[in-house]
Design a protein around this ligand. Structure first.
Ligand SMILES: Cc1ncc(COP(=O)(O)O)c(C=O)c1O
Length: 423
């Protein structure tokens, strides 16, 4: 840079020589691009799923028995896979309507009415989605305005709080306890309601606790919903895996159908996690709002998967019953094993998760899970991954072969005995 004086005695000014310009430009061009700084604030604050983080460690270890990932160990029943193959053979490889195949929506309408009660028009009140995951995401995005409070019971599925935050809502957890089987009470909900409360998310049977609700308990929740003019989003993905008592959907209770978005899917009941099909039923205006997000983000669910889902919903009931009965045997075994080794475990009345308390060991759930993995090669998910109310518990998925569960619980008993001996 060179200082010079303008003829006529004015103060000196600076000009950049070509060499200086070149040096400066190189400096600007070489500055590292801070891509991380571009991430939206509400996304930056989203934590990584505690489950995935944990299973990254599991992947790197040989000979681990996993009671971790929440998916059926069964392969999708053959006739359902065959329907997918047949769809391909017929060249069914195109887009479908944004709402999904009409034949599938008609079958869903009949099935939901028969099994849950409420009736939905296949033309305007049912939307086929890419799993319940997408249905939940677009349901929240369709109804949440920034700052709206969304209530949900906790411990809960890992997506709920981040999904609410991504929709610019405020997540409001309602704690549930093992003393009442992890059901949510009307009074606990009532305590956290404010003028900003807009939506209540329910998931019964519950991931990760296996909690269920009786009709009488749900009636009390429905009273609170009506009294405070809330909308309900109910995720009933485990409903077919109910072992005791009737499964009641809140959408079937008086006054609730028109203020409920009912979510369901094929992943758990038919062992179809990889097909990625789910659906949402609800009032036509809300389904239309969800459809407008869906059409610009997903367009439609895979046609091959939708064809397989038609086969599942029309002819898959016996498969579901058979799988459920196997889960029941495994559930009885694992719950008994936990209670016998001094880890109190309530009986999950639905889903395929046991949720024993590990509080008596003196370890927190993450330390317990990490040491169990390192010392005995058994993978379970720390309860804290499902929200602060899950601390002190462990999620153990029993959608795993019985001999594996047997071996896992033997190892866990050895581990707990060692802990108690102070080793
Ligand atoms: C409660 C709950 N809802 C939704 C999902 C996601 O289901 P899908 O495979 O249909 O996206 C899961 C998966 O574990 C779940 O546990």
């Amino acid at each position: 840079m060179v200082a010079t004086t303008v003829p006529g005695g004015r103060p000196p000014y600076f000009f950049l020589s070509p060499a200086s310009v070149f040096v400066l430009l190189c400096g600007v061009m070489a500055a590292p691009f801070q891509s991380g700084g571009l991430i939206a604030r509400h996304v930056r604050d989203i934590p990584r799923s505690g489950i995935r983080e944990f299973f990254d460690i599991v992947q790197s270890m040989p000979d681990v028995i996993s009671l971790g990932v929440g998916e059926p160990d069964f392969v999708t029943p053959w006739h359902i896979r065959e329907a997918a193959i047949y769809a391909l053979e017929r060249g069914r490889t195109s887009y479908t309507s944004n709402l999904g195949l009409l034949k599938l929506r008609e079958a869903i309408s009949a099935s939901v009415e028969k099994n849950f009660g409420p009736s939905y028009d296949p033309g305007s009140q049912i939307l086929i989605t890419v799993g319940v995951s997408e249905a939940l995401d677009i349901a929240l995005r369709a109804v949440v305005n920034p700052g709206d409070e969304v209530l949900y019971h906790e411990p809960c599925y890992v997506s709920y709080a981040p999904g609410i935050a991504l929709a610019h809502g405020v997540p409001v957890p309602v704690s549930c306890t093992s003393e009442n089987g992890f059901a949510v009470t009307a009074s606990a909900i009532e305590k956290v309601i404010t003028p900003k409360s807009k939506i209540l998310v329910l998931n019964f049977p519950t991931n990760p606790t296996g909690g269920t609700m009786t009709r009488a308990e749900l009636m009390q929740i429905a009273d609170v919903v009506l009294h405070h003019n809330l909308l309900v989003i109910t995720d009933e993905i485990y409903s077919e895996l109910t072992f005791e008592g009737e499964h009641v959907s809140i959408a079937s209770l008086p006054g609730m159908r028109d203020r409920t978005i009912f979510l369901h899917g094929f992943s758990k009941a038919y062992a179809m996690t990889g097909f990625r099909v789910g659906y949402a039923c609800g009032p036509a205006d809300l389904v239309d709002a969800m459809m407008r997000i869906h059409q610009y983000s997903m367009l439609c669910a895979s046609v091959i998967s939708q064809e397989a889902a038609i086969e599942a919903i029309l002819h898959g009931e016996a498969d579901t019953v058979e799988m459920r009965e196997q889960y029941r045997v495994r559930r009885n075994f694992i719950v008994n094993a936990f209670n016998s080794m001094g880890l109190p475990c309530h009986l999950p009345r639905g889903s395929f998760y046991a949720f024993p308390s590990i509080q008596s060991t003196g370890l927190n759930s993450k330390d317990f899970a990490v040491r169990l993995l390192r010392e005995e090669k058994v993978a379970c998910v720390p309860g804290s991954a499902f929200g602060p109310s899950g601390e002190g518990f462990l999620r153990c998925c029993f959608a795993t072969a019985l001999d594996q569960i047997q071996a896992a619980t033997d190892r866990m008993e050895r581990f707990v005995t060692r802990l108690r001996a102070g080793q």
